[in-house]
Design a binder for this molecule. Structure first.
Ligand code: URP
Ligand code: ZN
Length: 459
């Protein structure tokens, strides 16, 4: 199958140029000013951008929680991803305590076989025992080059400090990344109990019990441990100005610390917790939404390279699940969907509001995640030899985000009613047209598990 895309503006992390692109089977074959070649399909992309397929480095499909699984599985979640121009996702493997990470990885790979897009996982050590080091090494042999630690949720999957240090030591020795959810769990646990004891059980208490200072405290600790062990640290879903300040200081000293944020921490704030339960519960996530000032600092941190990756933490639930916590915020499942809208939101509120360039948009949504997580140049680039994951982006398309039209499997959207400018017109997923306008043309699940290299990220 050959597809020839003519006259599009190729946007990379480095620059723009108008060129033709020839795709043969799953790969990009040629990128040149003018290509004359017989193809099965010719697409005129005049006045459209060609973007490398989005890479969302932080999604949770079918995440088990006490309120049931998050509502998108790999099939529905990857479909939503494709509609938004994301062609690669990195999800998680969270073993049961006592279960081997390798076994849990193989189980998760089976679950992900319904994915329409290529995928990988960050694997979580949820304890430290005699076999943990060997399990990490075995996961690396199987193409896993990032390991997720939780400083939150100690009663379930979170690590104690000494365990975290051990994980970092091994990661440093093996040249792989530790990705960290940074929230100081002991203090948060105390605050949660205090709010509950005072009868403060609404979603607002969720946010108040997880203040920015406790994110920053964990960020500082993780950075210090990473410095001590020499481990490459990637801090997930950074939400606050206080954390950014600490990360920036470490980066200035030359430490390898990468920061990720998510659209919700750029666009939404804690006023969302004021509403009635059904409204406020949508926004219950960890870390919680912060203040407008935090939003602004995070935008600046993308522009000045402190933040180099944007994930979504896609973890939707349906309203029935959120209602399990109607009488007690501690029972509300944490998380919200977003995989479908990451590119449109960042284009609208980042590029079009002059917060960063079109090239930086591609960089943080595709190229940098590919480099950081060992997928480059197979992914994250429009160049000969790369996978033919290409988004033909109409920069003028207007949409209103709504549960009526979105594709994630949930009756909730934290972005309900937001207006976006810019959308995929065609999404090519490994050489085949997967999405055309509002139509899903991809019928089968040909996403594969990606064995990743170690990181190739230097600045
Ligand atoms: O609230 C969130 N973020 N839910 C997903 C799980 C996690 O904490 O990353
Ligand atoms: Zn997460």
């Amino acid at each position: 199958m050959k597809i020839l895309i003519k006259n599009g503006t190729i946007v990379t992390s480095e620059g723009n140029n108008i060129s033709d692109v020839l795709i043969e089977n799953q790969k990009i074959k040629t990128v040149e000013g003018k290509i004359e070649e017989n193809a099965d399909k010719v697409i005129d992309a005049k006045e459209k951008y060609l973007l490398p397929g989005g890479i969302d480095p932080h999604v949770h499909m079918r995440l088990p929680t006490p309120a049931g699984f998050s509502s998108d599985d790999f099939e529905t979640g990857s479909k939503a991803a494709l509609f938004g121009g994301t062609t690669t996702i990195i999800d998680f493997v969270t073993p049961q305590r006592g279960q081997s990470m390798v076994e849990a990885l193989e189980e998760r790979k089976e679950e992900a076989k319904t994915s329409l897009v290529d995928h990988s996982f960050h694997v979580s050590p949820v304890e430290w025992n005699d076999s943990t080091e060997n399990e990490i090494k075995e996961c690396i042999k199987r193409g896993i080059t990032s390991f997720k630690v939780y400083m939150a949720y100690k009663n379930a999957i979170g690590l104690e400090d000494d365990e975290l240090l051990n994980v970092m030591k091994v990661a440093a020795k093996e040249g792989v990344i530790v990705t960290a959810h940074c929230e100081a769990d002991d203090e948060i646990g105390e605050l949660r109990e205090q709010f509950a004891a005072k009868g403060k059980l609404s979603p607002k208490a969720h946010a108040l019990s997880r203040p920015p200072a406790l994110e920053a405290k964990a960020v500082r600790k993780a950075i210090e441990m990473a410095a001590e062990t020499g481990c490459m640290l990637y801090i997930v879903h950074v939400s606050s100005a206080q954390s950014i300040k600490i990360i920036r200081e470490a980066q200035k000293k030359g430490q390898k610390v990468i920061a990720e944020t998510c659209p919700q921490y750029l666009l939404l704030d804690d006023s969302k917790y004021q509403g009635v339960f059904d409204e406020a519960a949508k926004y219950v996530m960890s870390p919680p939404l912060r203040k407008k000032e935090d939003n602004n600092i995070l935008w600046q941190a993308i522009a000045d390279n402190t933040i180099n990756s944007i994930g979504t933490d896609h973890c939707p639930f349906i309203s029935q699940q959120k209602r399990i916590g109607k009488e007690d915020f501690r029972k509300i499942p944490n998380g919200a969907g977003g995989v479908e809208h990451r590119l449109a939101l960042l284009h609208t509120f980042g590029v079009l509001q002059d917060r960063f360039s079109l090239n930086r948009f591609v960089d943080i949504t595709s190229t940098k995640p590919a480099k950081i997580f060992g997928l480059y140049p197979q992914k994250g680039e429009i160049a000969p030899g790369s996978d033919a994951d290409i988004v033909i982006w109409n920069p003028k398309a207007r949409n209103t985000i709504s549960t009526i039209t979105h594709h994630q499997l949930s009756d909730l959207s934290i972005y309900e009613g937001m207006q976006t400018i810019g959308a995929p017109e065609i999404v090519i997923n490994k050489g085949k047209i997967a999405i055309e306008g509002s139509k899903l043309l991809q019928r089968d699940a040909y996403g594969v598990f990606l064995e990743r290299e170690k990181y190739s990220f230097s600045s």
